[in-house]
Ligand binder design. Structure first.
Ligand code: 3PG
Ligand code: MG
Length: 751
């Protein structure tokens, strides 16, 4: 989970250090904002402290290329931290999952909503509004309902609430009052000042040599976490001239009898990570840097009456309070972030001023005249591209393979595979100028990018103020590049070889320099272990396209509602599909095999043997009648039945098989269809597949179409029949092989 900390005072620093020392949780500190901090002083600020003693065996290095970052390593775990020093916090692009709001300046939901690119905010102070819910770990944390902005109350509340909760559930509290003898905080003045706060005139007085009565937000915060005790608890504070550790003096009256020994024993038996009973006669310094927020001082307890106690409770108002805030963050992590294996480009990811490298799958079919015959794959990426462009990145590079060129052959010979053939379509669809990088993934392209960027943005486009987020000075549009076919480089498809030498591979080196953020959209190629698919060493973000594909296919792999699933497999690439049947069988209720697979059954002995092992006519069915001929060149299709006619091929599905298939459709809830049931490119033989599609669309069943050719066929049919895909319960995958592999593995193929 990516963490940010706004405010780097006593709490901000304690949070930082405790997260650094934690080796249990996958927390990564990514950004801090410290108004007056000079990054050159970060090391001494973190290594020395007038209050706490802790392990200082961590190393800090300031990034040489970008001085607003430092790297910190403790016991092999490293964090790359962006340092902001911005008063106008709303300008910061945090890019984190969870932000600790420890500045003291943002105390309401309304204010915290101003933080950019954060999923969750924990305010480390009592909230000032009624909207923000308050949670204390081990008090009411289980009431947390995935709210985005929460408060962790104050240190004093965190100290007494666990004890009050315990007392109330065991002895039923009638009333309680407390005074916290509280160490001074940064809100205090060293010497008397004329600044008089609205709350109390005394707060402007020198903290040296004075005991200063003050208010505490604890009374109202207790109400928020333990609503049952509303009206029963009152409290105040006295600020004293020590720098840390505070002490609550609590008088508590219960409805039941509460004997000191029994109370202490029960607290000990709880073995709580927050509460502890201290039997030794200690003083405040002895509790420095404790992680317990509620330490009952047993020697000083007084039994005022059978049902009335006076108790002193110690707490570290900096360190143990921070521990409880982190415990809450851990709870949130367990609940919401732990299983986030994939990073999607949701609303929180920012592309502002980034160099975006995007792997797309534009492996589209062409007409004989050179125009694109099916642009579905390109259209499917527009939502993500427009989302990225909206953030105003510096540039976006679109990179794809096209066909299967032989990298050993000359450019002339491979020319038909050049991605330059995509430019016209892309320019139309995006309505933007596209720059072509004809040198592909080479250093030459990097130079070309630099030159174009310099020309496009004559002077420096960004004011890279050290303190503020980079701001676009002019309204220049992000530049869009299209890379030459990735498969013109032999290393692209050679990536899975163990011998692959990353140091000597230009494409590997350049690929990693082309962008500072990598977005993978190439679902159709996700079953290929290729360099462009998984050779980027930084974080891989998946785009909307992949997210939507995964969501649809998980209806089959996870099948959360336990639906009955029918898989229809057809098409020509039989070698690809047959072996999948074994893997598919346990996940689906029925498999229907048709199209070219029927010919295979007739003429390929291995395929026939294999199909015969598939529990035919019970779980698996094979198309048995249809139309066909000796070759596709014949003008007429003959009716074929039961695989008997020598030298003939099935080119379309027949009525009896159709009826059998309809029955299967009726008996299942989700239909996954990969591969058409006839040679749909031929007018003569597309009839059967169209009938099946019509039947499926009318059935209202959930329909998932996997695959390039099937997708093309379905898209074309919907278009010609004027059917809006939004009106139908249908998902069309952009990848055939990829969707099958996803179903089998339950995850993206290249993982
Ligand atoms: C596809 O068309 O299925 C994908 O783009 C992957 O292409 P490939 O089968 O040539 O790897
Ligand atoms: Mg394919």
């Amino acid at each position: 989970m990516k963490i940010g900390i706004n405010g780097f005072g006593r709490i901000g620093k304690s949070l930082f250090l405790q997260i650094l020392f934690d080796n249990e949780y996958d927390f990564e500190i990514c950004a801090i904002n410290a108004i007056h901090l000079n990054i050159d002083q970060i090391e001494s600020y973190l290594k020395y402290d007038s209050t706490h003693k802790y392990d200082t065996n961590f190393t800090i290095t300031i990034d040489k290329t970008n001085k607003s970052y430092f790297h910190i390593i403790y016991k092999n775990k490293s964090h790359k931290v962006k340092v902001w020093s911005s008063k106008d916090t709303t300008q910061i692009i945090w890019d984190v999952d969870l932000l600790f709001e420890a500045s003291g300046a943002f105390l309401s939901t309304k204010d915290c909503l101003k933080h950019q690119n954060v999923k969750k905010v924990i305010i480390t102070a009592p909230a000032k509004d009624n909207e923000t819910p308050t949670f204390i770990y081990n008090v009411n944390h289980t009431n947390y309902k995935e709210q985005n902005i929460i408060s962790c109350a104050s240190c004093t509340t965190t100290c007494i609430a666990p004890f009050l909760k315990f007392m109330d559930s065991n002895y039923m509290i009638d009333n309680a009052s407390f005074t916290t003898i509280h160490a001074s905080t940064s809100s205090q003045y060293v010497l008397d000042t004329p600044i008089v706060s609205k709350k109390s005139g005394r707060s402007s007085r020198s903290i040296f040599n004075n005991l200063i009565p003050a208010t505490t937000g604890a009374s109202s915060a207790i109400k928020a976490v333990l609503p049952k005790l509303d009206g029963k608890i009152q409290g105040m504070a006295i600020r004293v001239p020590t720098n840390n550790i505070s002490l609550v003096d609590l008088v508590i009256e219960c409805e039941k009898e509460c004997a000191i020994d029994e109370v202490c024993k029960k607290v000990e038996d709880l073995k709580s990570i927050n509460m502890k009973v201290e039997k030794n006669e200690l003083v405040s310094m002895d509790f420095q840097t404790t992680t317990y927020c509620t330490i009952i001082d047993k020697p000083s307890m007084i039994q005022l009456d059978k049902n009335k106690l006076k108790v002193l409770i110690w707490y570290d108002n900096e360190w143990s309070y921070s521990t409880q805030c982190i415990n809450m963050a851990k709870y949130i992590y367990e609940k919401e972030f732990k299983n986030d294996k994939y990073h999607f480009i949701n609303d929180y990811v920012s592309f502002k001023c980034k160099n975006v490298l995007m792997r797309v799958d534009y492996n589209v079919p062409f007409n004989k005249d050179g125009s694109i015959s099916d642009n579905f794959r390109i259209v499917s990426t527009l939502k993500s591209i427009n989302r990225i462009l909206k953030d105003k990145p510096n540039y976006i590079i679109l990179a794809t393979h096209l066909g299967r060129p032989d990298p050993e052959k000359s450019y002339e010979e491979n020319k038909k595979y050049s991605t330059i053939h995509l430019i016209t379509e892309l320019t139309t669809l995006l309505d933007k100028k596209i720059y072509f990088l004809e040198d592909g993934v080479t250093y030459k392209s990097i130079n070309k990018i630099k030159n174009i960027m310099n020309k496009n943005y004559i002077h420096s486009i960004y004011e890279l103020d050290e303190h503020l987020s980079p701001t676009l000075l002019n309204n220049s549009e992000p530049t869009i590049f299209l890379l030459e076919n990735l498969r013109f480089h032999s290393d692209e498809t050679n990536f899975e070889n163990i011998d692959f030498n990353k140091e000597n591979s230009e494409i590997y080196q350049v690929w990693n320099q082309l962008g500072d953020i990598f977005v993978n959209s190439a679902f159709g190629c996700s079953h290929r272990n290729h360099l462009s698919m998984y050779g980027y060493s930084g974080m891989i973000y998946y785009d909307y396209l992949i997210e939507e594909e995964m969501k649809a296919l998980e209806e089959i792999t996870i099948n959360p509602k336990n639906k009955k699933i029918l898989t229809i497999l057809g098409g020509a690439k039989i070698d690809d599909k047959l072996p999948l049947c074994n893997a598919l069988l346990p996940k689906v209720n029925n498999i229907y095999l048709g199209g070219g697979i029927t010919n295979s059954y007739m003429y390929n002995e291995n395929h026939r043997k294999f199909i015969n092992t598939l529990d035919l006519n019970k779980k698996t069915f094979l198309m048995f009648d249809g139309y066909g001929n000796i070759s596709l060149n014949e003008k007429m299709g003959k009716y074929l039945y039961n695989y008997h006619i020598q030298n003939h091929n099935y080119y379309d599905i027949g009525n009896q098989s159709l009826n059998e298939l309809y029955e299967l459709i009726d008996n299942n809830d989700i239909i996954f269809w990969n591969g058409t049931l006839g040679v749909v490119e031929y007018e003569l033989y597309k009839n059967g597949s169209e009938k099946v599609l019509e039947y499926l669309l009318n059935s209202g069943k959930r329909l998932i179409i996997g695959g390039g050719d099937t997708a093309g066929f379905v898209n074309q049919y919907l278009k010609s029949e004027n059917i809006d895909i939004k009106d139908k319960n249908i998902h069309i995958c952009t990848g055939g092989g990829a969707s099958i592999e996803f179903i089998i593995k339950g995850k993206l193929g290249f993982e």
